[in-house]
Write a protein that binds this ligand. Structure first.
Ligand code: CP
Length: 317
């Protein structure tokens, strides 16, 4: 595996989940693969889970791991060609990327959508420059339009907790005080559309996601109706995708918060969220603290999804 940016990069999805669950049983079994190999994790944005779980995954595989926070201690990077660099950016990304590539064997990159230009965000300009110019296998640690390590961990978690062969999985928009990218819901949809689940997306009108990710999924604008009979409720906020509102907050409607009353509409569903989560905006204290909340096992599986991807990359070196 040379790149990991979406569900297709995993090939046979059932086989990938099976491999992940095998790794989880003995996460140190492949320590020899990473001997004398270096993982570089480059962060343009903050992180708790991705940083720790990916570093742990690399260490489980016997790798040396390095972390670079671009906005804390590194030179500020210019990302556009043709710019006269007389401002506060001291280095161009076109030199920085091959230099970073020369110090490592595999690179993980986190670079969120900036909501300045939809085309730039959806072209994944930063991630794709790493893929093009680093000379090394590159995986997304959440880019502008996707968070495939999160969605893979989500699928592993659903596989572990499902009580029927084809569970109903509902991804619901929920309110949030800040404009958030579509990366997590895009990737969750990308994965659920390939998994053996009954997948429903619910959100207020105006929050439709890119059809490239929604594909054949059922979209229901009535949250209560969507939640009926759900086996898994996956809550997430995102800002508007469609023009002319790209990146804008259109609603903070608190009737979309996942509460005990909302969960009562489901088939005793498990509650999921990628974290970090704003309590009593996205989900009530009662729901996230309930026995049906699986947000911690979900986060724990981030180590396993990362390890599966890095293992495959090591095998391809
Ligand atoms: N879910 C997730 O990616 O968490 P962090 O932003 O803390 O890495």
């Amino acid at each position: 595996m040379r790149t990991y940016t979406n569900v297709k990069d995993l090939g046979d999805l059932n086989a990938a989940v099976k491999e992940a669950l095998e790794i989880k049983k003995n996460r140190y079994a492949y320590k020899h693969l990473g001997e004398n190999k270096t993982l570089l994790m480059v962060f343009f944005n903050s992180s708790l889970r991705t940083r720790l779980s990916t570093q742990k995954a690399g260490m489980n595989l016997g790798m040396n791991t390095m972390v670079l926070d671009i906005n804390q201690g590194a030179w500020k990077l210019e990302t556009e060609r043709g710019v006269i660099m007389d401002g506060d950016k001291s280095e161009h990304i076109l030199e920085a990327i091959p230099v970073m590539g020369s110090y490592c064997d595999i690179i993980g990159v986190r670079a969120f959508a900036q909501f300045e230009n939809k085309e730039d965000d959806y072209q994944e300009k930063i991630l794709n420059q790493f893929i093009k110019y680093s000379g090394k296998p590159v995986f997304s640690m959440e880019a502008a339009t996707g968070h495939p390590l999160q969605a893979f961990a989500d699928l592993i978690t659903i596989e572990e907790y499902k009580k029927s062969a084809r569970p109903k999985v509902v991804m619901t928009w929920a309110p949030h005080p800040k404009a958030l990218p579509q990366a997590v819901p895009n990737s969750f949809a990308d994965f659920m559309n390939e998994a053996d689940v009954d997948f429903v997306i619910t959100h207020p009108e105006g929050y439709d996601l890119d059809t490239k990710f929604v594909r054949g999924a059922r979209v229901e604008y009535n949250q209560d109706k969507a939640l009926e009979g759900a086996d898994f409720v996956y809550a997430k906020n995102w800002a508007a995708y469609t023009d002319p509102n790209y990146g804008k907050i259109l609603s903070k409607d608190m009737s979309w918060t996942v509460t005990t009353q909302k969960m009562a509409l489901t088939n005793n569903a498990y509650f999921m969220h990628c974290l970090p989560v704003r309590r009593n905006m996205i989900v009530s204290d009662d729901v996230i603290e309930s026995p049906q909340s699986i947000v911690i096992p979900e986060a724990t599986n981030r180590e396993i999804s990362a390890q599966t991807v890095i293992k495959r990359m090591l095998e391809s070196l």
